[in-house]
Design a protein around this ligand. Structure first.
Ligand SMILES: Cc1cc2nc3c(=O)[nH]c(=O)nc-3n(C[C@H](O)[C@H](O)[C@H](O)COP(=O)(O)OP(=O)(O)OC[C@H]3O[C@@H](n4cnc5c(N)ncnc54)[C@H](O)[C@@H]3O)c2cc1C
Ligand code: SF4
Length: 568
C-alpha cells in the first residue's frame, strides 16, 4: 500500500551524509521546513558503540573473522576503512547487491551521516587549473563554473567544518580558512627539506584535515571540542574532534526546529508532475515496515552519494522521461570517475632514535600536484598528489593480537620504540570518459524493489602511465631523502577503490551534453538539484568532500533565491 504523507515540506534532501547534511543545515537555517530522508539506520552522536573499546574487549582482539568478511563485507573489505571497530558503519554487501559489469569497488555507509562518519578527513581546495582542464585537453564536458565562482563558498564552509592547515601561497593548492596545522614531526621535516631542495617546484606540507586543533565558538556551541590525536576517528568521535555530518551539520539543522530526519528510508524515485514540469516529491520505502510512502515539497536536493543518486534518478521514469528524470540528453550515468590510487613508496629513516612524539597524528603530510602545471611535461595528462607521513614503529602495539611473551624482560623490551618509517600513497586525476557508465538492470531488484545498478567503468592508458610515475617519483624522493629499504609499489586496483566516486550527472553549459547547469540545477526540471559527486564534470586529484559541501551551500543559496522569487 502506498501512503501519501500529509506533511508540508519546503525542501526534501535525499541523503544525510557529507552533502545532504550540509544542504539540510543551509535550508533549515534559511527557515525552510526540511525533510531529510536517509536509507541508513539512525545514529546518535556521542554514543559510538566501539569508540572506547580496548582490543581485549573485542571478540577477536580487533581482528575481523574471515567468515564474517566472506559473508558480509566481501567487497568493501578490499578497500579502505572496514575493521572490527568500524564494520557496523558499512552496509552488508550481501544484502545490498549491485552488478559489476566491470570490476568496481563500491563502498557505502549503513547509517545516517553517510561516509562523513568514516572518512579520513583530508580536505583540499581545487585549483584554477582543475576547473579548466576539460576545456584545455578536450576530455569530458567543460565545467560551467571556474575556481573564482566557488572560492567564496570554500570560504563559507571551511570555518564551520574546521580545517587545520598551513598557509603556503601555492597556485596548485589554494589556501583556505584554516585552524592551526598539525605540526610535522622530525622525520617529516627532514623529508620535506630534502624534497624542496632536491626537487625544485615540489612542496611537502602538513596535511589539511577536518580536525579541530583550536575549536572556535562556532564549533563549541554545537558541543564540538578539541581533537585529542587518538586517530581512532573511524569509530566515531563523541566530542566531535573531527567533522562529520552528525557532529556538525545535522545538529546545526536540528537546533533551528525546521528539520525532520527520517532514517531507514530508501528513496526509490523522484516524482515528476507533467502539469507543472517540476518534481513534485519523493517515493520511498520504509525498510523496517516495508511501507511505501510519498512525500511532497517545493524543491528536491539529491545527495545520496554519487552512485546512489544516479540509481534513484535513473529509476525516476515517466512518459516524458522514460530514461530517467531530466534525461532527454541521455548523459545520465555517463562519465563516472574516481581517483587513480594504489601506487607510492615506503622506507626506513635511519637515526632520530632519541626523538619521540605523543599521540597519533590523524593527518600526516601532503605533497601537492607538481606534474603538468605550467606546461605538459609527462606522457600522461593531468596529475596527482601524495599523502602519507612518518611514524615510529612501536614494538608494543595494543591493537596487534599476535604478540607472545611474558614477564619483566618482555615488558621492558616492548617499551623501546622501533625505527622511523615514512610512507606515501597517491591519488591521481582520472580522465572523464563518456563510455565509463552505470545503468540499471532491467529486471533484477533488491529486497525492497529497487533495480540493481550495473557498473561499467574501467581505467585507460593515461591512468596506467600516471600510476607508474606515482611509484617512480615516490621512490626517487624517498631515496634522495636518505631513507633506506625503499620499496615502491604499484598495485592493480579496480575503479571505486579510492572511494571518491564522481560524475554521472555532470554540470555543463549545454543541455544536450550535460545534466545540470552552473547551479547544480537540472537543465530540464527546475526544482531538482544534484549536489553530491554526481554533479562533477572532472575530479581534480584532491580529496573531494570539501568541494561537495562548498557546491552544496552555493546551490542552496541559489535555490533560496529562486524559491523566494517564485521561479521554482
Ligand atoms: C574510509 C574512507 C575514507 C575517506 N577519506 C576521505 C578523505 O580523507 N577526504 C575526502 O574528501 N573524502 C574521503 N572519503 C570520501 C567521503 O566520505 C565521501 O566523498 C563523502 O562522504 C561523500 O558524500 P556524499 O554526501 O555524496 O555521500 P555520503 O556521505 O556517503 O552520504 C550519502 C547518504 O545517502 C544515503 N543514501 C544512499 N542511497 C540512498 C537512497 N536510495 N535513499 C535514501 N538515502 C540514501 C546513504 O545512506 C548516506 O547516508 C572517504 C571515504 C571512506 C569510506
Ligand atoms: S583523533 Fe581527534 S577526531 Fe579523531 S577520534 Fe581522536 S579526538 Fe576524535
Amino acid at each position: 500500500m502506498i501512503k501519501t504523507k500529509n506533511y508540508d515540506f519546503d525542501a526534501i534532501v535525499v541523503g544525510s551524509g557529507m552533502s545532504g547534511g550540509y544542504a539540510a543545515k543551509e535550508f533549515c537555517e534559511k527557515g525552510y521546513k526540511t525533510l531529510v530522508l536517509d536509507r541508513g539506520k539512525p545514529i546518535e552522536h556521542g554514543n559510538y558503540e566501539t569508540e572506547f573499546k580496548p582490543p581485549w574487549e573485542m571478540e577477536f582482539r580487533g581482528k575481523m573473522h574471515s567468515e564474517e568478511i566472506k559473508e558480509k563485507y566481501f567487497i568493501q573489505k578490499k578497500g579502505h576503512g572496514v575493521s572490527d571497530y568500524t564494520k557496523h558503519h558499512f552496509i552488508n554487501d550481501l544484502e545490498n547487491p549491485y552488478i559489476q559489469g566491470k570490476p568496481y569497488l563500491w563502498t557505502r555507509s549503513s547509517k545516517v551521516g553517510g561516509k562523513s562518519v568514516i572518512w579520513s578527513r583530508q580536505s583540499y581546495r581545487w585549483n584554477k587549473l582543475d576547473f579548466e582542464a576539460n576545456q584545455k585537453d578536450g576530455h569530458g564536458i567543460d565545467w560551467p563554473i571556474r575556481y573564482d565562482d566557488l572560492a567564496p563558498w570554500y570560504d563559507y564552509v571551511e570555518p564551520f567544518i574546521g580545517i587545520s592547515g598551513s598557509y603556503e601561497n601555492l597556485d596548485e593548492l589554494p589556501d583556505g580558512q584554516f585552524l592551526p596545522p598539525i605540526p610535522l614531526n622530525v622525520v617529516e621535516r627532514q623529508v620535506k627539506a630534502s624534497i624542496e631542495t632536491n626537487f625544485p617546484g615540489r612542496k611537502m606540507i602538513p596535511a589539511r584535515v577536518a580536525h579541530l586543533t583550536e575549536p572556535q565558538p562556532i564549533h563549541l556551541e554545537l558541543g564540538r571540542g578539541q581533537c585529542q590525536s587518538r586517530n581512532q576517528c573511524g569509530r566515531g568521535c563523541s566530542w566531535g574532534g573531527y567533522y562529520s555530518s552528525v557532529s556538525g551539520a545535522l545538529p546545526a539543522a536540528k537546533r533551528t526546529g525546521n528539520l525532520t530526519l527520517t532514517a531507514n528510508a530508501q528513496v526509490q524515485e523522484v516524482l515528476y508532475d507533467s502539469k507543472t514540469g517540476k518534481a513534485s516529491g519523493i517515493r520511498y520505502v520504509d525498510t523496517v515496515s516495508g511501507e511505501t510512502n510519498i512525500v511532497t515539497a517545493r524543491v528536491v536536493f539529491m545527495c545520496a552519494s554519487t552512485l546512489g543518486t544516479l540509481q534513484i534518478l535513473m529509476n525516476s521514469t515517466s512518459d516524458k522521461y522514460p530514461d530517467g528524470i531530466g534525461n532527454t540528453s541521455g548523459v545520465l550515468g555517463r562519465y563516472i570517475m574516481d581517483h587513480v590510487h594504489g601506487a607510492g613508496a615506503n622506507g626506513i629513516m635511519p637515526g632520530h632514535r632519541d626523538s619521540y612524539y605523543k599521540g597519533r597524528n590523524p593527518g600526516g603530510i601532503y605533497i601537492p600536484r607538481f606534474q603538468n602545471i605550467k606546461e605538459q611535461q609527462s606522457d600522461y595528462l593531468r596529475g596527482y598528489g601524495y599523502q602519507g607521513g612518518a611514524s615510529r614503529s612501536t614494538r608494543v602495539n595494543a591493537q596487534r593480537a599476535n604478540q607472545t611473551g611474558i614477564g619483566k624482560s618482555f615488558k621492558e623490551a616492548n617499551r623501546e620504540p622501533g625505527s622511523w618509517k615514512f610512507k606515501v600513497t597517491s591519488f591521481g586525476e582520472v580522465l572523464p570518459d563518456f563510455n565509463n557508465r552505470v545503468f540499471l538492470h532491467a529486471s533484477n531488484k533488491d529486497q525492497w524493489g529497487m533495480p540493481l545498478l550495473i557498473t561499467n567503468v574501467a581505467y585507460g592508458e593515461n591512468e596506467a602511465k600516471m600510476k607508474q610515475d606515482m611509484m617512480d617519483s615516490a621512490v626517487a624522493m624517498l631515496k634522495a631523502a636518505g631513507l633506506k629499504n625503499v620499496r615502491g609499489y604499484n598495485k592493480p586496483m579496480a575503479p571505486g577503490r579510492s572511494i571518491h566516486e564522481m560524475g554521472g550527472a555532470c554540470m555543463g553549459r549545454d543541455p544536450k551534453t550535460s545534466y545540470l547547469n552552473q547551479w547544480n540545477q537540472s537543465h530540464e526540471v527546475a526544482n531538482l538539484f544534484v549536489t553530491d559527486g554526481a554533479a562533477f564534470s572532472s575530479v581534480s586529484c584532491v580529496n573531494p568532500s570539501i568541494t561537495f559541501m562548498a557546491l552544496t551551500a552555493r546551490a542552496v543559496d541559489y535555490a533560496d533565491k529562486q524559491l523566494k522569487s517564485g521561479i521554482i
